[in-house]
Design a protein around this ligand. Structure first.
Ligand SMILES: Cc1ncc(COP(=O)(O)O)c(C=O)c1O
Length: 429
């Protein structure tokens, strides 16, 4: 079996117990992960070999607590290059991805029952992580994605009046998970200034920033804020490979020194040492921008295929915005359509989507929605998935989609895509 056979084999099976998500049969639009076929195995193999060659046994020893210096330098240069600002290795602490960075920050900045300001819809696993650290998410704003300065001020003042402590504000301004939205520069500036005036540290999580489909996104919050006001959480999971488990906190030398003293590092040294050395080699190579360019084109095609078929199939029952990057489309359900129904019906038509509820910091807040990820499947498959989703929306809206299906099915067979759902024995129209 060649390397490329192995890559294409994973989505349809493979040895159990290797990967976190083993896709079941059907079109899985639930997970927001890089597509198996876009994971750069050859690139990583070459740069890991280069790291071993260069550092020898030091590449396999317990690593420096804050991460190996070449990785910290490369991550500082990447952040400065992609986002602006002036960062050096001293400002960077290497983590095992963004999730680990967030867990560390909960420990460092949190205290029992303190509040974390969050967007009204927010990354579900970050919300879980905060709760697990006994921090209480506090959703801010009328919009699912963008809190205004006035809303931030009102929320913080009300919390403080009630005697609550604010640990930090967790914000994702770019290709937001789950809504796919990106804040304008003015919205970013307003939030950064409001938080600085309130004395609230901003934790900016921006894993999809480099996955833009047109122009690069506006400056990051850390590039706009004054030093120490914003802590950036960055990861290579989405742009390169989550299996490397390499990310970082960029927050200044004082924060780095504080994290270095945490017992976890004193005991075991830095996280993902060989992965970080691999990343150091890769980030400083011209192969990295070439890889980014390749995956941007791929993900853009996937987005277009999904949204094209969703719109062409006349999707009633939902409104959505076209994301300019990242992995997600947020379907805001209209006309009384319930996320439960869309989740169930689309699964019957063969496409699995994610209920919006876990993304709500406050249960029931903000209306019904489902999150759809277009990252995992090729464009041809996503075109079929979009149809399945459109049918489920139509059916959930109370219309009988049978007539629409007849035309779509004929087109589907001639287009060579996966067969419609009734051919899988799931649910005919
Ligand atoms: C907003 C956000 N933050 C963090 C993560 C997790 O990143 P990592 O794999 O680096 O832990 C994800 C992954 O879905 C994400 O969407």
């Amino acid at each position: 079996m060649t390397a490329s056979d192995r890559r294409t084999a994973w989505p349809t099976g493979g040895p159990p117990g290797i990967v976190q998500v083993e896709p079941d049969d059907g079109l899985d639009l639930r997970v927001g992960q890089p597509a198996p076929t876009l994971l750069p195995t050859d690139l990583v193999a070459r740069h890991q070999a280069a790291a071993l060659d260069r550092y020898g046994p030091a590449a396999l020893a317990y690593g420096a607590n804050a991460g190996p210096l070449p990785a910290r330098k490369a991550l500082a240069a990447w952040t400065a290059g992609a986002e602006g600002g002036h960062w050096t290795a001293r400002d960077v602490f290497v983590t095992a991805g963004a999730s680990h960075a967030l867990a560390l920050l909960c420990e460092e900045l949190g205290s029992p029952d303190a509040r974390v300001l969050v967007q009204r819809a927010s990354y579900s696993l970050a919300l879980d992580l905060f709760r697990r650290h006994r921090l209480r998410p506090l959703p801010v704003g009328a919009d699912d994605c963008v809190p205004t300065a006035a809303e931030l001020v009102a929320a913080v003042r009300a919390a403080r009046r009630a005697g609550e402590r604010i640990a930090f504000a967790y914000l994702q301004p770019t290709f937001h998970n789950p809504t796919g939205r990106t804040w304008t520069t003015a919205q970013r500036q307003a939030a950064v200034e409001a938080c600085a005036d309130l004395g609230v540290t901003v934790v900016e999580d921006d894993p999809y920033r480099e996955l833009y489909f047109g122009n690069p996104p506006p400056p990051s919050l850390i590039a706009l804020g004054s030093r120490g006001a914003v802590i950036a959480v960055r990861t290579l999971s989405k742009v390169l490979a989550p299996g490397l488990r390499v990310g970082c906190v960029v927050g200044g030398a004082a924060l780095t020194a504080r994290l270095e003293r945490a017992p976890l590092f004193a005991g075991g040294g830095g996280m993902a040492h060989i992965g970080a050395l691999t990343v150091a080699s890769l980030l400083t190579s011209p192969e990295f921008p070439a890889h980014l360019q390749h995956v941007r084109v791929e993900y853009r095609e996937r987005r277009d295929a999904l949204l094209g078929s969703l719109a062409a199939a006349g999707g009633t029952g939902a409104r959505w915005e076209r994301p300019d990057g990242g992995f997600f489309v947020w379907l805001r359900l209209t006309g009384g359509v319930l996320a439960d129904a869309v989740e169930e019906l689309s699964a019957r038509y063969g496409a699995h989507v994610l209920h919006g509820a876990p993304f709500r910091a406050r249960p029931g807040d903000g209306g019904q929605a489902v999150r759809v990820s277009y990252s995992m499947h090729p464009a041809r498959t996503l075109a079929t998935a979009g149809q399945a989703l459109a049918w489920s929306l139509t059916e959930a809206s109370g219309r009988n989609p049978a007539d629409d299906h007849r035309t779509e099915r004929a087109a589907d067979h001639s287009g060579g895509g996966p067969p419609p759902s009734d051919a899988h024995g799931r649910h005919g129209p």
